[in-house]
Write a protein that binds this ligand. Structure first.
Ligand SMILES: *[C@@H]1O[C@H](CO)[C@@H](O)[C@H](O)[C@H]1NC(C)=O
Ligand SMILES: [Cu+2]
Length: 238
């Protein structure tokens, strides 16, 4: 290994210490942005203290992680552009990848993510095979260089938005793990459209502790099921 590669690996390892994972970088319309790190807080991503799972789906911390303070930077991007989130690596292979957006009522820096404002723009649930051994969104994400690409709907109204990448890990029966990460975007152009009211949800609120989809047991009969119903509204593609 070249010295530079060794150093890069050492830095990456430090970044992962004790953590399950986070969005390390975003590529937005071809431009790179760093994820949040306590040692490098200038980021378009909201702050958080650890990459560990959040277990309380009724807590405000599942909106934008804990503490989820406003990001110090914000990316400007035209509607219709691609956003790729890079986790660097990801250890879990049972659960969906979901990408949400919420229009900030004013400036995103003043918005805490409350209200019935969240809509999905991308969702990878159980994409093939069965719940135990099949291709979950996270399996596909790992195969794609631990990345997930989505497109900001071309017709979406311009404005300031939170974009929330969420991984839900379902390997521990009855104890779903939530890994949310929020970035702040200023969307330009677009065609002035907003999703229909049926596409919206509140976070927390959208997930219920007794939702069968969040309480699967892949080691028992659920493991052989070849379908999985994602909780919450269907994605809106504009
Ligand atoms: C794979 O992901 C890393 C970020 O984790 C990125 O720097 C690299 O460019 C990606 N490689 C490809 C081929 O996309
Ligand atoms: Cu984990």
């Amino acid at each position: 290994m070249k010295l530079a590669t060794l150093l890069a690996s050492a830095v990456a390892l430090l970044g992962y210490a004790g953590a399950h994972g986070q969005v390390q970088q975003y590529q937005i319309a071809g431009k790179w942005y760093n994820g949040y790190h306590s040692y490098a807080p200038n980021s378009i991503q909201r702050s958080f203290t650890s990459g560990d799972p959040l277990l309380d789906m009724n807590s405000n911390t599942i909106r934008c992680n804990n503490p989820g303070h406003a990001a110090l930077e914000q990316a400007t991007v035209a509607a219709g552009s691609s956003v790729t989130a890079y986790w660097g690596s990801w250890p879990h292979t049972h659960g969906p990848v979901i990408v949400w957006m919420a229009k900030c009522p004013g400036r995103c820096s003043d918005y805490d993510g409350s209200g019935n404002r969240w809509f999905k723009i991308s969702q990878g649930g159980l994409l093939g095979g069965n719940q135990k051994d099949g291709e979950w969104g996270q399996v596909r994400m790992i195969a794609q260089n631990a990345s997930w690409t989505t497109w900001i709907p071309e017709s979406l109204a311009a404005g300031e938005y939170l974009m929330r990448h969420e991984l839900v890990a379902l390997h521990d029966p009855g104890k779903p793990q939530f890994y949310p990460q929020c970035a702040q975007l200023t969307v330009t152009d677009g065609q002035g459209k907003n999703p229909p009211s049926s596409a919206y949800a509140s976070i927390p609120g959208v997930y219920k502790t007794d939702d069968p989809s969040l309480n699967i047991n892949i080691y028992a009969s659920d493991g052989q099921k070849t379908t999985w119903a994602a909780p919450g509204p269907a994605p809106w593609y504009g």
